[in-house]
Design a binder for this molecule. Structure first.
Ligand code: URA
Length: 210
């Protein structure tokens, strides 16, 4: 069983994250770095996937070779910034099933409002990796995981790029059974709900809006 919070402090992750934080990093590079980090985070988050063996023949002999066990896992992106992580993870695990949760943050209350929900069937038998780059207040992540649990998911992990201590605490309170994997936990949230020092609005930096 993974810890509730895992900070992936691998030098490649930390180096790429620094490049992403820099406000001068252009959109295309930002997106590429996010894709690369998502694969390094995915490597950690899938470390304990159950394995089995299957009989194969190499050019030299037969063998029982290791292979992933169980139903294909599900990746669930919290729109829209989640897609920046999703693309990279899907490249690494191309047979994964994919779901989307559409939530926007009401700028006044900072509370999540749902506008889209579409997930693969059989969630109860799958590892569900939920992806969203910024764990800020935790409101959207908690709401998305509430919805996934209502849809049957029981084995959920949460991947983000950056977290605020407030978001980590909120998730621990609401979903202590959902391990979080992140590249860093920053100092705090500012009065607008942004992570500080952070990297700004991940969706805007990824897609060049604003
Ligand atoms: N969402 C973002 O994109 N950035 C933050 O700092 C907080 C929430």
């Amino acid at each position: 069983m993974a810890e509730h919070l895992t900070i992936v402090d691998h030098p490649l992750v930390q180096h790429k994250l620094t490049l992403m934080r820099d406000h001068r990093t252009p959109t295309a590079v930002f997106r590429q770095l996010l894709r690369e980090i998502s694969q390094l985070l995915a490597y950690e988050i899938t470390r304990e996937l159950p394995m089995t063996t299957k009989a194969i023949e190499t050019p030299l002999q037969e063998m029982d070779a290791p292979t992933l066990a169980g139903k294909k896992l599900a990746l669930v992106s919290i729109l829209r910034a989640g897609n920046g992580l999703l693309d990279g993870v899907l490249e690494l695990i191309p047979s994964a099933r994919v779901g989307f949760v559409g939530l926007y943050r009401d700028e006044k209350t900072l509370q999540p409002v749902q506008y889209y929900f579409k997930v693969p069937d059989g969630l109860e038998d799958r590892l569900v990796i939920t992806v969203d780059p910024m764990l800020a207040t935790g409101n959207s992540s908690v709401a998305a995981i509430d919805l996934l649990k209502q849809a049957g998911a029981t084995n959920i992990r949460f991947m983000c790029l950056l977290a605020a201590p407030e978001g980590v605490a909120r998730m621990k309170e609401a979903h202590p059974d959902v391990p979080i994997f992140t590249a860093a936990v920053d100092r705090n949230l500012n009065e607008h709900g942004y992570i500080v020092p952070g990297l700004g609005d991940a969706g805007d930096r990824m897609y060049g809006t604003k």
